[in-house]
Design a protein around this ligand. Sequence first.
Ligand code: ADP
Ligand code: ASP
Ligand code: MG
Length: 476
Amino acid sequence: MKLVVMKFGGTSVQDAEAIGRTASIVQGRIQGDQRPVVVVSAMSKVTDQLLAAAKAAGCGDRGGALEISSRLRQRHLDTAGKLLSPARLRQFEPAVHEHFEALDEILRGLSAVGELTPRTNDMVVSYGERISSLLVTEAFLERGIPAVHVDARKCIITDNQYGKAIPNDALIEARCSEHLRPLADQGQIAVMGGFIGSTPEGVTTTLGRGGSDFTGALIGGALHAEAIEIWTDVNGIMTTDPRVCPDALRVKTISFEEAAELAYFGAKVLHPATILPAVEKNIPVLVLNSHNPGNEGTRITAMAPHCRSPFKSIAVKRRLTIVDLVASRMLMSHGYLHAIFEVFDRHKCAVDMVSTSEVSVSLTVDSNERLPEIAADLSKLADVKYEGQKALICMVGGNIRGQNGIAAQVFHAVRHVNVRMISQGASEINMSFMIDEEDADEAVRSLHAAFFTDPDPVATQALQLSADALYSRLDQ
Ligand code: ADP
Ligand code: ASP
Ligand code: MG
């Protein structure tokens, strides 16, 4: 019997209809002699709303925070009402109330103190996955799936970097063997929330936005699964974000290396850290569409087949800031870059791209509330200027290597746009450049038209969506 980890994103559990579809997909797998372990996100937009509630409470807005929580409580109760029989609903409702009572208690406490710490923020947002996973378990049981709810915090053990905690692989493997393996062996379907974890002492943590994909991969790695499936609302990894470019095509197969690059540079379809646990154990990752389960999706494997197109996909990372440093007094001195990076390191601020000249260094970073402090520290080393609202366009493909004239084609396609920084990574599978954020959509569409109008059928396949489905997605 094949063990597969199936992770369903927020859109695959967003309402009763979506949860029903998810249940049918899982049921199909069980009948096909597979043993799924199911990881679910919070219902779509719930994490955003919980973050807003935490923020309101932290600013002392008790009423605002409790109102958000009350709307969320109602949404979960309404969805449960549509999915469950009256008897099961009666049994389940107290669990929903219990969770929201506990959440309200925390929000009241936060607004009384008027202070939100990363630790309490994680505690608040964890409720999204805690409740969605309970609801999905009940919906599965209602449909005859032998589901068992597992609190993800028992399995995903992390350090205490709240908001972006680092998983402890050895402990996760031990906990998965203890809590998940026996269920799979007995033919039961474990259902757990993604995104959340806990420290070894039991304090709730989260893995960063979009982190349910990461949970799926961690569980898949720990259980040596046959495959990790990421179920979402598009037909797989596409040649670019279909919301920006509706004629995006499905990428059939992509290498781990290419997918990791795309995810890191903003392709929201996959969390950047997802690939690593799978690569380490050579487990294939599939990206599939819960609205169109018959579609074969995208397969992410160690090596992708050769194709003639130079690029597989175009990603955009938005809300970036360029930091320019000029220091003629540093001319020819060594240790200068070290001193600069030490400042970013101290502020735990990741740098995406760097370009240097004799006296100047330009870097790009995620727009970050700590930039004024970082700039103040950097100003001890150089004259500092920073400018926000930038976007990084990243063209990814294993075939860039050794092809002549690619850069000329890329920059010809965006000749009407002001390009600020250019980089071709040492990995030779990515070509990136920085532009103003307001030009990003237009640049992506021009690049897509230039590189994907005559795609290699080995690599891509046209989006198969009805016009209605497409437009309803674009309206979201
Ligand atoms: P989920 O709720 O399933 O985690 P996300 O919203 O996190 O879904 O990710 C899916 C979305 O990612 C798609 O709806 C699409 O708009 C966006 N996206 C961005 N880049 C790409 C890409 N290259 N391929 C597919 N989807 C992409
Ligand atoms: N619910 C979390 C988020 O919205 C994690 C996830 O969906 O992957 O970021
Ligand atoms: Mg996601």
